[in-house]
Design a protein around this ligand. Structure first.
Ligand code: SF4
Length: 399
């Protein structure tokens, strides 16, 4: 296998330092790297080196298979009690007239618009407000399930759960059980940002701590359910904070095995309180995907969110450890476009997405939320009139 030969080449490369050669050997032997080695990769690992190692892991796990799914997004509100400094999306309560606050009926009306679409999942996240409480979300999940039982409900992050459980005076355990009973199927990965308090307190002070985020996911996994994880990178954090974050995710995954996918989220600097902070380069974005793939040896999937990084970089990422790419988007989310992401009106048809994946020699596979294969598009021939119309796939975003 060509990717194996590339790694073998590094094992004997005299231009590479002994510690980096040792990391290559570990990857080749399918052994775990330490936090110190992860830090070294961030500090000294050149793009070609970390990319080759990550691609080796990616191809050993998935070959050329590249996953996407069909979903749509509902954001109940963009008004929020919190004031995360990186957030371009939320409107403070004192300016709430600039935002939106949907009622349960309005949310159901949005969901019903997709009744004839071949979507498998609804992804629900938004701001945090008192009226969106435990009762509201229990009623919402029940209403969705009553209307369309087969639609997978992937909803809310520990940021919301921590708030609504505290308000309802229930424990995390009781609260998550109630959500499960109401119809919640899985949890997206948002709200993780950077766990380390030195950074978290500066960019996301007041909302749930890293420890609380992890605990809520742990409880959810103990209930036999799955979730995703994210990391918001490329702002004021240092490499050691990224490694701390990855290490805590890896440790919880060892314990529960409940995470499916890790999604690195690039910090964007428009329309928020951190516009003075420069954004990461494309090289750094690709290095971050690759090192995440190498470090998280117990995560099945690494996902890139194409509207955030652009289509070309998303294609490149498929050679740097990424095996999942978000599907078409019908501009149903504003979370990233409001922060100055590459794609301001993101939309891709299924055909375009499939071609985007095929163009870099990968195999497009449509999946459901739990990574069951829905359709293998590798050799699919699109008919002229075939309507895989802009299904509203939705990004896993940082909220
Ligand atoms: S990131 Fe989330 S919690 Fe923070 S201000 Fe924005 S919407 Fe609110």
């Amino acid at each position: 296998m060509q990717t194996a030969r590339k790694v073998e080449h590094f094992l004997e490369d005299p231009n590479l330092s002994a510690p980096l050669r040792q990391i290559a050997q570990k990857v080749f032997d399918k052994k775990r790297i330490t936090p110190e080695e992860g830090q070294l990769l961030f500090e000294e690992g050149e793009l070609g080196f970390v990319g080759a190692l990550a691609n080796y892991i990616r191809e050993a796990r998935h070959g050329g298979r590249t996953f996407f799914n069909r979903n749509f997004h509902v954001e109940p509100t963009n008004v929020c009690l919190y004031t995360c400094t990186f957030c371009s999306y939320s409107r403070l309560i004192k300016k709430r007239e600039e935002g939106w606050e949907y009622s349960l009926q309005e949310i159901m009306d949005i969901i019903k618009k997709y009744d004839d679409e071949p979507v498998t999942e609804v992804h629900i996240v938004g701001g945090v407000l008192p009226q969106y409480d435990l009762q509201f979300y229990s009623d919402l999940f029940r209403a969705i399930k009553a209307h369309r039982p087969g639609l997978h409900v992937k909803a809310l992050t520990p940021v919301e759960y921590h708030y609504i459980f505290k308000k309802a005076k229930v424990s995390y355990e009781e609260g998550m059980q109630q959500m499960l009973d109401a119809g919640l199927d899985s949890m997206p990965g948002g709200g993780a940002e950077i766990f380390h308090p030195e950074i978290r307190d500066q960019i996301a002070g007041g909302k749930c701590s890293g420890e609380q985020w992890l605990r809520i996911h742990e409880i959810w996994h103990e209930l036999g359910r799955r979730s995703n994880a994210t990391m918001l990178y490329g702002h004021i954090e240092r490499f050691e904070h990224r490694i701390d974050h990855l290490e805590q995710l890896r440790a919880l995954q060892d314990k529960t095995g409940g995470f499916q996918t890790f999604i690195p989220l690039k910090f964007r600097n428009q329309g928020n309180q951190m516009s003075h902070v420069p954004e990461s380069t494309v090289v750094e974005d690709l290095r971050n995907y690759a090192i995440s793939r190498i470090y998280l040896d117990n995560f099945d999937h690494i996902k890139a969110y194409w509207p955030m990084i652009g289509r070309n970089v998303a294609q490149l990422s498929l050679s740097f450890g990424v095996d999942d790419i978000d599907g078409t988007i019908d501009d149903t989310t504003k979370i990233y476009s409001m922060a100055g992401s590459e794609e301001q009106n993101p939309a891709l048809s299924t055909r375009e997405l499939v071609n985007l994946i095929r163009a870099v020699g990968r195999n497009p596979i449509e999946r459901d939320t739990l990574y069951n294969v829905v359709q293998d598009f590798t050799d699919h021939v699109f008919e002229e009139d075939e309507q895989f119309k802009g299904y509203m796939s939705l990004p896993v975003v940082n909220r």
